[in-house]
Design a protein around this ligand. Sequence first.
Ligand SMILES: [Zn+2]
Length: 69
Amino acid sequence: MAPKKQYPKRLSPKARKEIIKRRGGDSDKSGSRRKLEIHHKDRDTKNNDPKNLTVLTEKEHDDLHARRS
Ligand SMILES: [Zn+2]
């Protein structure tokens, strides 16, 4: 399966689900539960330290990356 976005994702879908679940199943930013993704605060996708991760919706995530890059 081809990745749907250019943003690299090192987390497996299973790992991503686990992290989202552990964080309450909603966006850290808006509390939305739709299309959740994990963002790496330091932009290092290999750094999966919980302190480096934040849960965002697909839109919030896109916006965040669009602003800085
Ligand atoms: Zn990100």
